[in-house]
Write a protein that binds this ligand. Sequence first.
Ligand code: AMP
Length: 460
Amino acid sequence: MPQNLFSSLDFPSALLDNLEKMGYETMTPIQAASLPLSLAGQDVIAQAKTGSGKTAAFGLALLSKLNPRFFGTQALVLCPTRELATQVAQELRRLASYQQNIKVVVLCGGQSIGPQIGSLEHGAHIVVGTPGRIQDHLRKETLDLSQVSTVVLDEADRMLEMGFIEAIAAIVSVTPRSRQTLLFSATYPPDIERLSREYQSNPARVTVETTESKPAIEERFFEVSKEGKAQAMLALLSHFQPESSVLFCNTKQSVRDVVDELRSAGVSVDALHGDMEQRDRDQVLVRFKQKSLSVLVASDVAARGLDVDDLAMVMNVDMPRDPDIYTHRIGRTGRAGKSGLALSLVAKSEQYKLEHLSAFIERDFHKEAWQSLPLTREGLPKPLNCTVAVNVGRRQKIRAGDLVGAFVNELGIPGSALGNITLSENQSFVAVERGIAKAQLKKMLEFKVKGRAARARLLW
Ligand code: AMP
């Protein structure tokens, strides 16, 4: 077995399953080099950039020590900016989702402190935040770091550049001496060496040769009129032709309207919003994951259940008011080392949101016109696959491999035409390349899987 599989580490199987679900199979170089050390309890100083998988590198180490039944703060992650803290918290929540009730709280400036105090009162296993605001909480005695067992200094070089050295010192000094301290930094100026000497004990040094950089998310903004949004969406979909895309709206009504407009133009599209029955929501998610649905129109809350790693494109049909929501939405593309595309439609009435975002991220954005993009019906996204339902599932002890065997050997579908397989209690869903599914699975087929009679029916 290659050494860089997550399964070579001593993780609980639920965690390994979750990593697999997230599409993480092999460790990135920084993970492979640091995890064996950090899991053994060593302090680590690692040279790693954003995009290297560093968040999971320290995240898995701190999660492995967490006691979910104790609600005191056990891990503290210090980040230079609110944007990074938000991303780190998001990744930690995904990594921790195999366990129930792990609470991750973000403490950053620029937001009112009251609600933060409220969430801390309910207990937080993990605190992620910027040094200034964490200090505010320490002064107010609304945060207790006396039970912390892991401290992470993320992007330590940037924190030093931003003048956080004293704040870091004050914060780390109220954590137990017995803590484990993990330091991640893209560069190693002398100040970092000093920081490490001061706060780490016997740190193992990890450097990986890396050509990886932040997976590029290309962000583009298009000027639209309120009435012209539907036309703009169609033109952009037919121009960029993403295999899978999520279109974000701010309200349920907007989700419904967009679905109606796109559907009547012949796009393979469906909705995901909070008012849907769980069953309908699950079905939509399976179809989207299996690529038998190309475009998903979603509200932010509903999209939380979305766990798809190779999204080619996201589009903000409505600009979000909050820059954190913008970051969260666009972070759904460009995952797993792939490049991603994030488009935003900006109506005049939303211009102030774009300006707010630009001030927040400290970057200028310019708006483009979409009218010159050719709109062709042929260019509109079409699903790659069909979803085939089989009336046996986990309860019948069926595994994905059994279904592959049966589809290839009993139904004569080439293995190369099979995609994602999703098992539920009493049924399974198999993605089959569209052309082949339409030709060979027109009627319901009876066959045997693991010696059991089963039926396959083309669903979508
Ligand atoms: P980071 O450097 O922590 O910002 O991670 C960069 C991106 O890589 C994130 O989108 C992660 O979800 C993704 N990622 C981290 N570790 C792995 C892995 N072992 N396999 C695939 N993707 C990963």
